[in-house]
Design a protein. Structure first.
Length: 305
């Protein structure tokens, strides 16, 4: 059996084959067949002793079933160690029961994946009350990587004026917005957000005058409905920002929303390739390869475990 191999589910071919090339290990596309009643049949390639499975969990429900089938097939084929590379992890936001009878999806999905994979690698998981990704995946290794180095490289390569302000959507974004601002030696602030519904938020800034005549780089981990971004852009435009450029780690929003963003004052939106999207401009492949190579559980430059 080969020491290590990489395989990818449909929907993750935008990064799986490239990751195999960077790591110089065999790669294989996993086949999925849908029966008339919706059941799935998964067909995997030859397993490695360590097999890396690539699956970005946007539109996640069918993919979670596929991952269970893939893990079974690879284990039966001799894989001793399964590593799930999921640049975007779904079901992380519901980390508590906010109303009677609600399921805690983070706990349920975390246990499901931990029971089938030995290591899970993701980027900027949407954690709020959970202190670390390790608590989401009991008994498995967990890597919550930051996209900040890739975002920094993009902006540094373009050159950023020293008067630019980095803005985050809420207090929960402060730590990583501050990190990117520090890397680029820029000022930053975060919005004060009150969510009125799933698609309606109210945004204010403590010192709106700091935006007058300045470029803003708005950074968020997830854009889904676009309500927060639209409200922030409107507030920043009203405060006198000269331009608003958006960088998002996980772009989950439908592309036609770009029209609404533009009307709100957004000049550009760029995203990482954690989820395939027309706005993809920042590759996470090198950061993933580095994480897989690091440590005894990773993949070396030669592809060995």
């Amino acid at each position: 059996m080969i020491p290590s191999a990489i395989q990818w589910l449909p929907g993750s071919a935008h990064f799986g084959p490239r990751l195999a090339d960077i790591l110089a290990i065999p790669g294989h596309a996993i086949g999925l067949h849908r029966f008339p009643d919706g059941e799935l049949r998964a067909t995997v390639g030859p397993a490695g002793a360590t097999t890396i499975v690539c699956c970005s969990l946007y539109q996640p429900n069918e993919k979670l079933i596929a991952l269970l089938l893939v893990a079974e097939a690879l284990r039966r084929d001799g894989a001793r160690r399964l590593v799930l590379v999921s640049p975007y992890l779904a079901y992380m936001r519901q980390d508590a029961a906010f109303h009677p009878g609600e399921a805690i999806s983070q706990r349920a999905i975390g246990a499901l994946l931990a029971n089938n994979f030995d290591r899970v690698i993701t980027f900027d998981a949407h954690l709020h009350r959970t202190s670390s990704l390790a608590k989401v995946f009991p008994g498995a290794e967990a890597d919550n990587l930051s996209a900040a180095p890739a975002i920094e490289a993009l902006l540094r390569g373009e050159g950023v004026d020293a008067t630019t302000v980095v803005v985050g959507p809420d207090e929960e974004s402060r730590s990583w917005v501050a990190d990117i601002a520090r890397r680029l030696r820029l000022n930053y602030c975060v919005a004060q957000k009150v969510r009125e519904s799933d698609q309606s938020v109210r945004i204010t800034f403590a010192e709106p005058k700091i935006f007058t005549g300045r470029r803003v780089i708005f950074i968020d981990d997830i854009i889904s409905s676009g309500g927060t971004l639209t409200a922030c852009a409107q507030a920043l435009t009203a405060a006198g920002a000269t331009s608003i450029d958006v960088i998002v780690v996980h772009a989950l929003f439908p592309h036609p929303l770009m029209i609404a963003f533009g009307r709100a004052g957004v000049r550009s939106v760029r995203s990482t390739n954690s989820v395939p999207h027309p706005t993809n401009a920042i590759s996470l492949n090198e950061l993933l390869a580095r994480a897989l190579r690091d440590g005894a559980a990773g993949v070396s430059e030669s592809g060995d475990v």
